[in-house]
Ligand binder design. Structure first.
Ligand code: GDP
Length: 301
């Protein structure tokens, strides 16, 4: 499957220890763990998590708990799975009031609009009445791009009424319409130009407030889209968005390409935010709910 093929590079990196494990004996421990450390670092696990994993394995080997190469491999996989398993629901939490509001945030180019479109398709197939809000009012083409996704998925869309409309206004109008016309879910696109020259963060806070003013408790979810090919660079970005707007879940995109698998583990573990979906391509069906076990099986052969 696409996730599996997207992680072929990570899998190759990590496979270097397989042969060592095959002939492992206690005297080999340092050499195997050094190779593993190297492989984890190359795969973007980051130094903190790499050390955590390697030292935990070393401890268990020294304590005699792991007695063969295959036991070490299983312990390694279990370690990674545990690091990915954090508190917090991996399913969307949409509450019971209609419409539920989901805001999609992230820097430009990460796959926000595409992910919103794919999510709309998914939710619609599950029977939900979905409304889109073109909240990226800064980039003129962004609205048009979302409109294409609305057509593709057969969803209605609320666009800015005039040029340079405020994002919060569009979102407020969309949530109002969602409420009046019995929509189940309003999916809000937002702007993602980098915050250095203007306050994207202030705009996102305004969008969040605008949604909450129309629907108390909204947004139900604020999902941050992160580009899986950027590796550990996604960490400071994710941290900043989370500190300011409060992220409830992650969508990791482009995992079909040359994703560096370790950063998925890093971002989950360092931020304590669950991955809710992964993007594995550019078509409507290429958004999958995150499955930690499938992920572990895709990065270890
Ligand atoms: P935005 O600026 O954050 O809204 O990003 P877009 O949704 O416009 O996506 C940027 C580019 O990444 C587009 O060319 C998308 O087709 C592509 N893209 C988005 N998600 C994925 C994915 O999961 N896999 C691949 N291969 N490409 C993706």
């Amino acid at each position: 499957d696409k996730l599996f093929s997207g992680f072929s590079k990570t899998r190759d990196n990590l496979a270097v220890i397989d042969e060592l494990l095959l002939y492992w004996n206690l005297a080999d421990t340092d050499r195997v763990l050094d190779e593993l450390e190297e492989a984890l670092l190359v795969s973007d696990f980051g130094p903190k998590i790499t050390i955590k994993i390697v030292e935990s394995l070393r401890e268990d080997i020294v304590a005699g708990k792991l007695k063969s190469g295959s036991e070490i491999k299983e312990a390694l996989k279990k370690n990674v799975l545990d690091l990915l398993t954090i508190e917090g629901k991996t399913e969307l939490q949409l509450g019971y009031r209609k419409p539920a509001v989901v805001m999609i945030v992230g820097v430009n180019g990460g796959g926000k609009t595409t992910s919103l479109g794919k999510l709309a398709y998914r939710l619609k197939n599950e029977g939900a009445k979905v409304l889109m809000a073109a909240g990226d009012t800064f980039r003129a083409a962004a609205g048009d791009q979302l409109e294409i996704w609305a057509e593709r998925t057969g969803c209605e869309i609320v666009m800015a009424e005039k040029e340079k409309a405020k994002a919060a206004t569009v979102i407020s109008q969309a949530v109002k319409r969602g409420k009046e016309q019995g929509y189940d879910i309003v999916l809000c696109d937002t702007s993602g130009r980098l915050h250095t020259n203007y306050s994207l963060m202030e705009e996102l806070i305004a969008c969040k407030k605008a949604a909450g003013k129309v629907m108390p408790g909204a947004p139900n979810e604020i999902l941050q889209v992160l580009d899986g090919t950027t590796g550990l660079n996604m960490l400071p970005q994710a941290r900043e968005f989370n500190e300011i707007v409060g992220i409830t879940g992650l969508i990791l995109t482009k995992l079909d390409g040359s994703a560096r698998g370790g950063c998925v583990v890093s971002v989950v573990n360092e931020l304590g935010i669950p991955v809710k979906f992964v993007g594995v391509g550019e078509s409507v069906e290429d958004l999958q709910p995150f499955d930690a076990e499938a992920f572990v099986n895709a990065i270890f052969s």
